[in-house]
Ligand binder design. Structure first.
Ligand code: PLP
Length: 384
Protein backbone atom coordinates (compact mmCIF):
# COMPACT_ATOMS: atom_id res chain seq x y z
CA UNK A 1 0.00 0.00 0.00
CA UNK A 2 1.31 3.48 -0.84
CA UNK A 3 2.50 5.78 1.94
CA UNK A 4 -0.46 7.53 3.51
CA UNK A 5 -0.87 11.23 2.84
CA UNK A 6 -0.29 13.79 5.59
CA UNK A 7 -4.00 14.43 6.29
CA UNK A 8 -4.67 10.70 6.63
CA UNK A 9 -1.70 10.24 8.93
CA UNK A 10 -3.00 13.06 11.16
CA UNK A 11 -6.08 10.96 11.87
CA UNK A 12 -5.04 7.36 11.43
CA UNK A 13 -1.36 7.61 12.34
CA UNK A 14 1.47 5.85 10.63
CA UNK A 15 3.81 3.08 11.51
CA UNK A 16 7.32 4.19 10.45
CA UNK A 17 9.03 2.42 13.35
CA UNK A 18 6.80 -0.63 13.58
CA UNK A 19 5.37 0.89 16.77
CA UNK A 20 1.76 -0.26 17.27
CA UNK A 21 1.13 2.94 19.26
CA UNK A 22 1.05 4.74 15.92
CA UNK A 23 -1.99 2.81 14.75
CA UNK A 24 -5.65 3.24 15.79
CA UNK A 25 -6.51 1.92 19.23
CA UNK A 26 -7.24 -1.83 18.96
CA UNK A 27 -10.14 -1.71 21.46
CA UNK A 28 -12.14 1.24 20.17
CA UNK A 29 -10.69 1.50 16.66
CA UNK A 30 -11.53 5.20 16.92
CA UNK A 31 -10.72 7.49 19.88
CA UNK A 32 -7.88 6.11 22.04
CA UNK A 33 -8.17 5.72 25.82
CA UNK A 34 -6.19 7.81 28.32
CA UNK A 35 -3.83 5.59 30.31
CA UNK A 36 -3.70 7.27 33.69
CA UNK A 37 -2.01 4.58 35.76
CA UNK A 38 1.36 5.77 37.04
CA UNK A 39 2.62 2.23 37.59
CA UNK A 40 2.25 -1.29 36.18
CA UNK A 41 1.95 -4.59 38.03
CA UNK A 42 4.77 -7.02 37.29
CA UNK A 43 5.18 -10.68 38.10
CA UNK A 44 8.95 -10.42 38.47
CA UNK A 45 10.84 -7.22 39.52
CA UNK A 46 13.61 -8.18 37.08
CA UNK A 47 11.14 -7.91 34.17
CA UNK A 48 12.33 -5.53 31.48
CA UNK A 49 8.80 -4.85 30.29
CA UNK A 50 7.70 -1.97 28.06
CA UNK A 51 5.60 -0.33 30.78
CA UNK A 52 6.98 -0.12 34.31
CA UNK A 53 6.36 3.41 35.50
CA UNK A 54 4.51 6.20 33.69
CA UNK A 55 7.41 8.67 33.72
CA UNK A 56 9.58 6.25 31.76
CA UNK A 57 6.88 5.12 29.35
CA UNK A 58 3.14 5.46 29.01
CA UNK A 59 0.89 4.13 26.22
CA UNK A 60 -0.85 7.49 25.62
CA UNK A 61 2.47 9.34 25.41
CA UNK A 62 3.90 6.61 23.21
CA UNK A 63 0.92 6.94 20.88
CA UNK A 64 1.45 10.72 20.69
CA UNK A 65 5.17 10.30 20.00
CA UNK A 66 4.50 7.81 17.22
CA UNK A 67 1.90 10.13 15.67
CA UNK A 68 4.23 13.16 15.77
CA UNK A 69 7.17 11.18 14.46
CA UNK A 70 5.14 10.13 11.41
CA UNK A 71 4.09 13.71 10.69
CA UNK A 72 7.69 14.89 10.32
CA UNK A 73 8.78 11.60 8.66
CA UNK A 74 11.24 11.12 11.50
CA UNK A 75 12.94 8.17 13.14
CA UNK A 76 11.79 8.88 16.71
CA UNK A 77 9.91 11.54 18.66
CA UNK A 78 10.40 12.41 22.32
CA UNK A 79 7.56 14.31 24.00
CA UNK A 80 7.99 16.82 26.82
CA UNK A 81 5.84 18.89 29.16
CA UNK A 82 6.52 22.07 27.13
CA UNK A 83 8.43 23.31 24.10
CA UNK A 84 10.93 24.83 26.53
CA UNK A 85 11.48 21.46 28.22
CA UNK A 86 12.13 19.96 24.77
CA UNK A 87 14.76 22.56 23.77
CA UNK A 88 16.34 22.37 27.24
CA UNK A 89 16.63 18.57 26.95
CA UNK A 90 18.60 18.89 23.70
CA UNK A 91 20.93 21.49 25.19
CA UNK A 92 21.46 19.32 28.29
CA UNK A 93 22.20 16.32 26.08
CA UNK A 94 25.21 17.98 24.39
CA UNK A 95 28.73 16.93 25.33
CA UNK A 96 30.41 19.06 28.04
CA UNK A 97 32.07 22.24 26.77
CA UNK A 98 30.03 22.41 23.57
CA UNK A 99 29.68 25.40 21.30
CA UNK A 100 26.16 26.22 20.09
CA UNK A 101 25.23 28.50 17.18
CA UNK A 102 21.76 30.04 17.37
CA UNK A 103 19.56 32.29 15.22
CA UNK A 104 19.96 35.70 16.89
CA UNK A 105 16.25 36.51 16.73
CA UNK A 106 15.01 33.05 17.70
CA UNK A 107 12.14 32.74 20.18
CA UNK A 108 13.08 34.89 23.15
CA UNK A 109 12.63 32.08 25.68
CA UNK A 110 15.12 29.88 23.79
CA UNK A 111 17.67 32.71 23.93
CA UNK A 112 17.03 33.11 27.66
CA UNK A 113 17.71 29.39 28.14
CA UNK A 114 20.93 29.55 26.14
CA UNK A 115 22.27 32.77 27.64
CA UNK A 116 21.18 32.37 31.26
CA UNK A 117 21.17 28.61 31.87
CA UNK A 118 23.10 26.72 29.18
CA UNK A 119 26.03 29.18 29.15
CA UNK A 120 26.34 28.70 32.95
CA UNK A 121 26.69 24.94 32.39
CA UNK A 122 29.99 25.48 30.57
CA UNK A 123 28.72 25.62 26.98
CA UNK A 124 29.45 28.55 24.69
CA UNK A 125 26.77 30.25 22.67
CA UNK A 126 27.11 32.37 19.52
CA UNK A 127 23.98 34.19 18.33
CA UNK A 128 24.17 35.20 14.66
CA UNK A 129 22.08 36.30 11.70
CA UNK A 130 21.47 32.85 10.21
CA UNK A 131 19.89 34.39 7.10
CA UNK A 132 23.53 35.13 6.09
CA UNK A 133 25.36 31.97 5.05
CA UNK A 134 28.76 33.69 5.38
CA UNK A 135 28.01 34.43 9.04
CA UNK A 136 27.01 30.81 9.61
CA UNK A 137 30.21 29.56 7.93
CA UNK A 138 32.39 31.80 10.10
CA UNK A 139 30.61 30.98 13.34
CA UNK A 140 31.70 27.31 13.46
CA UNK A 141 34.37 26.39 16.01
CA UNK A 142 36.14 23.08 16.56
CA UNK A 143 33.76 22.25 19.40
CA UNK A 144 30.51 23.35 17.69
CA UNK A 145 28.09 20.52 18.36
CA UNK A 146 24.73 22.15 17.62
CA UNK A 147 23.18 24.73 15.32
CA UNK A 148 19.76 25.89 16.54
CA UNK A 149 17.80 27.42 13.69
CA UNK A 150 14.43 29.11 13.72
CA UNK A 151 12.89 29.89 10.33
CA UNK A 152 10.73 31.86 9.92
CA UNK A 153 11.90 33.50 13.12
CA UNK A 154 9.52 34.64 15.80
CA UNK A 155 8.40 37.46 15.55
CA UNK A 156 10.63 39.07 12.90
CA UNK A 157 9.83 36.45 10.25
CA UNK A 158 13.37 36.22 8.89
CA UNK A 159 14.04 33.23 6.66
CA UNK A 160 17.19 31.06 6.85
CA UNK A 161 18.28 28.43 4.33
CA UNK A 162 17.71 25.05 6.00
CA UNK A 163 19.30 22.97 3.18
CA UNK A 164 22.53 24.96 3.02
CA UNK A 165 22.90 25.23 6.78
CA UNK A 166 22.21 21.50 7.15
CA UNK A 167 24.99 20.75 4.64
CA UNK A 168 27.45 23.07 6.41
CA UNK A 169 26.54 21.62 9.80
CA UNK A 170 27.04 18.05 8.60
CA UNK A 171 30.44 18.97 7.06
CA UNK A 172 31.52 20.31 10.46
CA UNK A 173 30.35 17.18 12.28
CA UNK A 174 27.68 19.04 14.25
CA UNK A 175 23.90 18.56 14.48
CA UNK A 176 21.20 20.89 13.19
CA UNK A 177 17.94 21.38 15.07
CA UNK A 178 15.14 23.53 13.60
CA UNK A 179 12.45 25.03 15.77
CA UNK A 180 9.52 24.33 13.43
CA UNK A 181 6.82 25.72 15.72
CA UNK A 182 5.99 28.77 13.62
CA UNK A 183 6.00 27.05 10.26
CA UNK A 184 4.24 23.90 11.55
CA UNK A 185 4.74 20.57 9.83
CA UNK A 186 1.75 21.31 7.60
CA UNK A 187 4.01 23.65 5.62
CA UNK A 188 7.61 22.79 6.44
CA UNK A 189 9.47 19.51 7.18
CA UNK A 190 13.04 20.37 8.23
CA UNK A 191 14.11 16.71 8.54
CA UNK A 192 13.40 16.29 4.82
CA UNK A 193 15.69 19.26 4.13
CA UNK A 194 18.61 17.78 6.05
CA UNK A 195 18.07 18.84 9.67
CA UNK A 196 18.97 16.22 12.30
CA UNK A 197 16.27 17.26 14.75
CA UNK A 198 13.20 19.41 14.71
CA UNK A 199 11.40 20.80 17.68
CA UNK A 200 7.83 21.98 18.19
CA UNK A 201 6.13 23.78 21.01
CA UNK A 202 2.98 21.62 20.93
CA UNK A 203 1.36 24.39 22.96
CA UNK A 204 0.90 26.20 19.66
CA UNK A 205 -0.53 24.76 16.41
CA UNK A 206 -0.50 21.11 17.55
CA UNK A 207 -2.70 21.88 20.55
CA UNK A 208 -4.45 24.63 18.61
CA UNK A 209 -7.02 25.50 21.30
CA UNK A 210 -4.86 27.31 23.89
CA UNK A 211 -5.57 24.65 26.50
CA UNK A 212 -2.55 22.35 26.57
CA UNK A 213 1.19 22.89 27.11
CA UNK A 214 3.64 20.51 25.48
CA UNK A 215 6.73 20.09 23.35
CA UNK A 216 8.46 17.52 21.20
CA UNK A 217 11.85 16.77 19.68
CA UNK A 218 11.81 14.64 16.54
CA UNK A 219 15.01 13.02 15.23
CA UNK A 220 15.79 12.09 11.62
CA UNK A 221 17.90 9.10 12.59
CA UNK A 222 19.33 7.13 15.50
CA UNK A 223 22.24 8.81 17.35
CA UNK A 224 23.86 8.94 20.76
CA UNK A 225 22.44 12.47 21.08
CA UNK A 226 18.93 11.10 20.57
CA UNK A 227 19.59 8.38 23.17
CA UNK A 228 20.69 11.04 25.63
CA UNK A 229 17.56 13.13 24.91
CA UNK A 230 15.41 10.06 25.65
CA UNK A 231 17.38 9.47 28.86
CA UNK A 232 16.84 13.10 29.93
CA UNK A 233 13.10 12.74 29.25
CA UNK A 234 12.85 9.61 31.40
CA UNK A 235 15.28 10.52 34.17
CA UNK A 236 14.98 14.33 34.07
CA UNK A 237 11.23 13.77 34.16
CA UNK A 238 9.74 16.81 32.32
CA UNK A 239 7.09 14.56 30.75
CA UNK A 240 3.61 15.54 29.52
CA UNK A 241 0.65 14.11 31.44
CA UNK A 242 -1.40 11.36 29.74
CA UNK A 243 -4.37 13.74 29.55
CA UNK A 244 -2.24 16.39 27.80
CA UNK A 245 -1.01 13.73 25.36
CA UNK A 246 -4.59 12.71 24.66
CA UNK A 247 -5.67 16.34 24.13
CA UNK A 248 -2.85 16.73 21.62
CA UNK A 249 -3.81 13.54 19.79
CA UNK A 250 -7.36 14.83 19.52
CA UNK A 251 -6.22 18.24 18.25
CA UNK A 252 -3.84 16.78 15.67
CA UNK A 253 -6.77 15.37 13.70
CA UNK A 254 -7.76 18.91 12.71
CA UNK A 255 -4.23 20.36 12.37
CA UNK A 256 -4.12 20.59 8.56
CA UNK A 257 -7.61 22.08 8.25
CA UNK A 258 -6.93 24.65 10.96
CA UNK A 259 -3.48 25.69 9.77
CA UNK A 260 -4.51 26.00 6.11
CA UNK A 261 -7.51 28.14 6.98
CA UNK A 262 -5.52 30.28 9.44
CA UNK A 263 -2.79 30.77 6.82
CA UNK A 264 -5.30 31.85 4.16
CA UNK A 265 -6.72 34.46 6.54
CA UNK A 266 -3.24 35.65 7.53
CA UNK A 267 -2.38 36.11 3.84
CA UNK A 268 -5.55 38.12 3.33
CA UNK A 269 -4.73 40.33 6.34
CA UNK A 270 -1.09 40.76 5.23
CA UNK A 271 -2.17 41.84 1.74
CA UNK A 272 -4.84 44.19 3.06
CA UNK A 273 -2.41 46.08 5.32
CA UNK A 274 0.65 46.07 3.07
CA UNK A 275 -0.12 49.55 1.66
CA UNK A 276 -1.98 51.02 4.56
CA UNK A 277 -1.62 54.63 5.76
CA UNK A 278 -1.13 53.57 9.42
CA UNK A 279 1.29 50.70 8.69
CA UNK A 280 5.02 51.17 8.08
CA UNK A 281 5.65 47.55 7.04
CA UNK A 282 4.02 44.13 7.07
CA UNK A 283 6.38 41.25 7.91
CA UNK A 284 4.85 38.21 6.25
CA UNK A 285 6.79 35.51 4.44
CA UNK A 286 3.90 34.95 2.01
CA UNK A 287 4.23 38.44 0.49
CA UNK A 288 6.38 38.54 -2.64
CA UNK A 289 8.23 41.66 -1.44
CA UNK A 290 9.41 39.92 1.76
CA UNK A 291 13.21 39.53 1.46
CA UNK A 292 12.99 35.83 2.35
CA UNK A 293 9.95 35.05 0.19
CA UNK A 294 11.69 33.20 -2.66
CA UNK A 295 13.76 31.05 -0.28
CA UNK A 296 10.76 30.43 1.94
CA UNK A 297 8.79 29.10 -1.03
CA UNK A 298 11.45 26.42 -1.53
CA UNK A 299 11.22 25.14 2.02
CA UNK A 300 7.89 26.17 3.49
CA UNK A 301 5.73 26.31 0.34
CA UNK A 302 3.32 28.80 1.94
CA UNK A 303 3.04 31.81 4.18
CA UNK A 304 2.13 31.12 7.77
CA UNK A 305 -0.68 31.89 10.18
CA UNK A 306 1.57 34.46 11.81
CA UNK A 307 2.50 37.94 10.74
CA UNK A 308 3.95 41.04 12.31
CA UNK A 309 2.84 44.60 11.66
CA UNK A 310 5.18 47.56 12.12
CA UNK A 311 2.73 50.34 12.88
CA UNK A 312 3.46 53.96 12.05
CA UNK A 313 4.35 55.60 15.34
CA UNK A 314 6.20 54.39 18.40
CA UNK A 315 5.80 51.73 21.08
CA UNK A 316 2.90 53.56 22.70
CA UNK A 317 1.00 53.68 19.39
CA UNK A 318 1.52 49.94 18.94
CA UNK A 319 0.36 49.24 22.51
CA UNK A 320 -2.74 51.38 21.93
CA UNK A 321 -3.59 49.33 18.81
CA UNK A 322 -3.25 46.07 20.77
CA UNK A 323 -5.45 47.48 23.53
CA UNK A 324 -8.13 48.53 21.03
CA UNK A 325 -8.82 45.25 19.23
CA UNK A 326 -11.94 43.26 19.97
CA UNK A 327 -11.42 39.87 18.30
CA UNK A 328 -7.63 39.82 18.57
CA UNK A 329 -7.11 39.08 22.27
CA UNK A 330 -4.09 40.84 23.74
CA UNK A 331 -2.30 37.74 24.95
CA UNK A 332 0.93 35.84 24.43
CA UNK A 333 1.25 32.53 22.52
CA UNK A 334 0.19 31.60 18.99
CA UNK A 335 -1.38 28.92 16.84
CA UNK A 336 -4.77 28.72 18.58
CA UNK A 337 -8.24 29.00 17.05
CA UNK A 338 -8.64 32.44 18.59
CA UNK A 339 -6.64 35.34 17.14
CA UNK A 340 -4.05 36.94 19.41
CA UNK A 341 -2.10 40.20 19.26
CA UNK A 342 1.02 41.04 21.21
CA UNK A 343 3.48 43.89 21.62
CA UNK A 344 6.62 41.73 21.80
CA UNK A 345 9.01 44.53 22.74
CA UNK A 346 7.15 45.06 26.05
CA UNK A 347 7.30 41.32 26.76
CA UNK A 348 10.96 40.86 25.82
CA UNK A 349 12.32 44.06 27.38
CA UNK A 350 15.32 46.21 26.53
CA UNK A 351 17.59 43.40 25.30
CA UNK A 352 14.98 42.54 22.64
CA UNK A 353 15.96 42.82 18.96
CA UNK A 354 12.30 43.35 18.21
CA UNK A 355 11.34 46.82 16.84
CA UNK A 356 9.31 48.80 19.43
CA UNK A 357 6.50 49.44 16.91
CA UNK A 358 6.03 45.71 16.11
CA UNK A 359 2.81 43.86 16.82
CA UNK A 360 2.74 40.09 16.37
CA UNK A 361 -0.53 38.65 15.14
CA UNK A 362 -1.49 35.02 15.45
CA UNK A 363 -4.45 34.54 13.15
CA UNK A 364 -7.19 32.21 14.34
CA UNK A 365 -10.32 30.80 12.76
CA UNK A 366 -12.57 33.85 12.93
CA UNK A 367 -13.73 35.22 9.56
CA UNK A 368 -10.87 37.17 7.92
CA UNK A 369 -13.16 40.12 7.10
CA UNK A 370 -14.06 40.55 10.79
CA UNK A 371 -10.38 40.42 11.72
CA UNK A 372 -9.51 43.06 9.11
CA UNK A 373 -12.33 45.30 10.29
CA UNK A 374 -11.17 44.84 13.89
CA UNK A 375 -7.61 45.89 13.04
CA UNK A 376 -8.86 48.84 10.97
CA UNK A 377 -10.86 50.24 13.88
CA UNK A 378 -7.98 49.64 16.34
CA UNK A 379 -5.51 51.43 14.05
CA UNK A 380 -7.93 54.34 13.61
CA UNK A 381 -8.41 54.56 17.40
CA UNK A 382 -4.66 54.59 18.04
CA UNK A 383 -3.92 57.17 15.37
CA UNK A 384 -6.57 59.82 16.26
N1 PLP B 1 9.62 28.03 20.22
C1 PLP B 1 8.81 28.98 19.76
C2 PLP B 1 8.97 29.47 18.34
C3 PLP B 1 7.83 29.54 20.58
O1 PLP B 1 7.03 30.51 20.11
C4 PLP B 1 7.71 29.06 21.92
C5 PLP B 1 6.71 29.63 22.84
O2 PLP B 1 6.16 30.68 22.60
C6 PLP B 1 8.57 28.04 22.36
C7 PLP B 1 9.52 27.54 21.47
C8 PLP B 1 8.50 27.50 23.77
O3 PLP B 1 7.38 26.68 23.92
P1 PLP B 1 6.58 26.50 25.29
O4 PLP B 1 5.92 27.81 25.59
O5 PLP B 1 5.62 25.39 25.00
O6 PLP B 1 7.55 26.16 26.35
Amino acid sequence: MSKKKFETRLIHGDDPSGNPGALPDPTTGVSPPIDLSTTYRRTDPRDDSEYIYSRTNNPTRQRLEARLCGLEDGYAAVAFASGSAASMALFQALPAGSHIIVTEDAYYGTLLQLNNIVANLGHHVTAIDTTRIDEVEHAFQDNTSLVWLETPSNPQMRVSDIRRIAALTAQRGAKLCCDNTLASCVWQRPLQLGADFCMHSSTKFFGGHSDVTGGVLIAREASTLLDQVRYIQQVGGAVPSPFDCWLLLRSLSTLAVRVRHQTRSAEQIARHFSNHPHIEQVLYVGLTDHPGHALNQTQMHAGSALLSLLVKGDASTAIKVAQSTQFFAQATSLGGVESLIEHRYSVEGKTSLCPPNLLRLSVGLEHANDLIEDLEQALATAHV
